[in-house]
Design a protein around this ligand. Structure first.
Ligand code: GLN
Length: 490
């Protein structure tokens, strides 16, 4: 067994018991990245030197007898839409191709405070807009389970890096499913916390009322440990919650007798692939065998989630992305002669087609005369979706569903079919609209051997019951497998 194959908690245990040094672990991951990165292309920037330095610092502190934080020395990848001081942060966009922030996102700062070395900046769909990583302005990332397929998106680089053992765990961001859907496609665990649990300070904003940072990990225990690091109130983000973040590892028991689990029929109906449906039905049965009460319910408004999202998210993006104007950050067109042409040319050259389309849709939806018809209406329907969840959670502890309608598709297969591509988020978007925590964990494989994800959703601030439901399933099932690379995993 190589060090890079271990989970974060297994690596942490080796460091705690002095069976491995942080530097040895960092070197193991550096070797693995060198070996696999050409095939997977999970990273936009690999920060090997920085990782090794941080690991050596951890070893120095350990040698000096300092008490180390729980994940000290365990290497983590960071999605390239989070600011990293002194390290290029691109959001996979030409407009930020050479942007080097002067400060860390709060989540990144917390990694550093916890002595967690950073492996590098992971690829994504440009500005987190997409479901396949193909919208990266630089290159697509490949799914380690099948290199001809997408890893999902937008946190596809983070998911692929975890699945390919190119980091022990990763941070992603989730606006409509961008942590959970790639976690599902790559056979790993991904958690979108309650809106406000993790500070958004330093996360390059896409849709601010939906964006949330979360962990992508090899198992549920690692997710709980990573949440302990990144959650908490931050004065730099006024939407971050003041609720005290508990020790999430305390929630990890397999005792779920009497837990009430709802399965909305609307998530199991049209468009869900047979193998995916089969795996979720098997998971329902599994939960019953563990003593939970599993019942079908109805959420009549949840089907409006997708159209509502595609008004609200572009509206917020059109406002957030107005700051990239060639003046303050990033690319400035050398061809411009006056201020207006500088704005226009810088943005024309800097943004890719998906981003431009969303800015235009959002600007349209917010413009005078259309605001009431689109944006205001979408906000009202958002409340209906939220109410549907509240009603279910007044009777049930958690909701389960497929994470995505199908497993990973081929690179290029859906680029001409934007509607099907957007349907990839039909199961994940409602949780963002409602602000509730939701996660994905492996629950099976399809006929092609590709991983299937189970989504678990819980009421706001209900991460603990969500993690318990996930842990109980994981510990009593056997779906945590690793991809076999062509020619073997070595
Ligand atoms: N795939 C969705 C989109 O394209 C969600 C993206 C995300 O969660 N960042 O907007």
């Amino acid at each position: 067994m190589e060090l890079y194959e271990l989970t974060a908690h297994e690596l942490a245990e080796l460091i705690r018991t002095r069976k491995a040094s942080a530097a040895e672990i960092a070197r193991s991951f550096a070797g693995r990245i060198a070996e696999k990165e050409d095939a997977v292309k999970a990273y936009i920037t690999v920060t090997e030197d920085k990782m090794l330095q941080a690991a050596e610092e951890t070893d120095r502190l350990a040698a000096a007898g300092e008490l180390l934080p729980p994940l000290a020395g365990v290497p983590c990848a960071v999605k390239d839409n989070m600011s990293t001081a002194g390290v290029r942060t691109t959001a996979a966009s030409r407009i930020l191709e050479n942007y080097v922030p002067v400060y860390n996102a709060t989540a990144v700062e917390k990694l550093e405070e916890n002595l967690i070395p950073m492996t590098g900046k992971a690829n994504l769909d440009e500005f987190a807009m997409g479901s396949s990583c193909e919208n990266s302005a630089f290159f697509p990332t490949r799914n380690p389970w099948d290199l001809s397929r997408v890893p999902g998106g937008s946190s596809g680089g983070s998911a692929a890096a975890v699945a390919a053992d190119e980091c022990a765990f990763a941070l992603g961001s989730d606006t409509g499913g961008s942590i959970r859907q790639p976690a599902s496609f790559c056979g790993i665990v991904g958690v979108k916390p309650t809106y406000g649990r993790v500070s958004r300070y330093g996360l390059l904003a896409f849709a601010s009322s939906l964006d949330q940072i979360g962990p992508m990990t090899k198992d549920v225990e690692d997710a709980a440990l990573a949440l302990n690091v990144i959650c908490g109130r931050d004065v730099m983000d006024s939407t971050s919650l003041s609720a005290e973040a508990p020790d999430f590892t305390k929630a990890l028991t397999t005792e779920i007798k009497g837990m009430k689990i709802a399965v909305p029929r609307e998530f199991m109906e049209k468009g869900i692939a047979e193998d995916t449906k089969g795996a979720v039905l098997a998971a329902m049965k599994h939960y019953e065998e563990l003593g939970a009460v599993v019942e079908y319910v109805s959420m009549p408004n949840v089907g409006y989630g997708l159209p509502v999202y595609y008004i609200i998210a572009p509206a917020e993006c059109s406002s957030n992305l107005a700051r990239y104007d060639g003046v303050k950050y990033g690319h400035r067109s050398p061809l411009s002669r006056d201020t207006f042409s500088m704005y226009k040319k810088s943005r024309t050259e800097g943004f890719g087609p998906e981003v431009k389309q969303r800015i235009m849709i959002g600007t349209y939806a917010l413009s005078a005369g259309y605001y009431d018809a689109y944006y205001l209406k979408a906000q009202k329907v958002r409340t209906l979706v939220k109410n549907d969840f509240e009603k279910i959670f007044s009777e049930y502890d958690v909701i389960i569903s497929p994470t995505a309608p199908d497993t990973a598709f081929g690179i290029g297969e859906q680029t001409d079919d934007p509607y099907t591509m957007k349907l990839a988020d039909i199961c994940t978007i409602p949780a963002n609209l409602a602000g509730i925590p939701a996660m994905s964990l492996p629950c099976g494989f399809d006929g092609k051997g590709l991983p299937i994800g189970l989504q678990i959703m819980a009421p706001a601030l209900g991460e603990e019951v969500m993690l318990r439901a996930a842990y109980a399933f994981e510990q009593t099932s056997d779906f945590r497998k690793k991809p076999a690379f062509p020619g073997g995993n070595k």
